[in-house]
Design a protein around this ligand. Sequence first.
Ligand code: SF4
Ligand code: SF4
Ligand SMILES: [Zn+2]
Length: 263
Amino acid sequence: MNVEIVELDDRKAKFVLSGVTHAFANSLRRGMLAEIPTLAIDYVNIYDNTSVLFDEQLALRLGLIPLTTDLDSYVLPSECECGGEGCPQCQVSITLSVEGPKIAYSTELVSADPSVVPAESVPIIKLAEGQRISLEAIARLGTGHDHAKWQAGIACGYKNMPRITVSEECDACGMCVDACPRDVLVIADEIVEAVDERACSLCRLCEDVCELDWIKAGTYPDSVIFTAESDGSMPVTELIIRSVDNIKERATALDEYLGIIDA
Ligand code: SF4
Ligand code: SF4
Ligand SMILES: [Zn+2]
């Protein structure tokens, strides 16, 4: 397997994966969306709410706020020594106390653990003069399998890596170069070549204008262009690495299970 990084920052990554099956790429994508735990508000005790939102709507909005998550410090409630009853290893308390007139933002949430804070400033609600909210929320680890609020990966996906092939008989008439909407093709040494296959959209306009079918826009069988984005709960690189580790764990578990069946 080979990895070529195209773009990378704290939240987003784009890379070309070569030497992999589509099944592996899809497993990596699904891991980011559904297997990697992240913290999200899961229980809310509302002491006062005179805003325009019902308690349930307010709790729903709070649950969807991404929280920074250190997976080395917290465990899933189902795997915690407390048996899921709630302790500092599996949950964190977050409070909110605001009064209008103002817009209340996620940055006003006060966490009992300074390492667990909203990943970005999200407006929660607009409060009119005298309207108040006072509550305590409990954030727990969970996975995207259970609810979208625990989905650390957003906009994770891949597409086939385009492959442009040109026959040696090409007479460099340039019609395909002019037809390409993405400026993928150039004429070099009396033949057409692709300057950046990644930019190709596989629209196949180049094939349409070449009457002798001397250019083909296809795909590599074992390469994909992968894009991944984190919701801010963890760096996108950590999300990708944990997803790869998760594939390994699941494959090992399956291997051991099949070994038991054979024996
Ligand atoms: S249209 Fe066909 S012949 Fe003309 S430059 Fe493109 S590939 Fe070559
Ligand atoms: S398939 Fe479309 S984008 Fe790709 S090289 Fe041909 S014309 Fe350009
Ligand atoms: Zn616990």
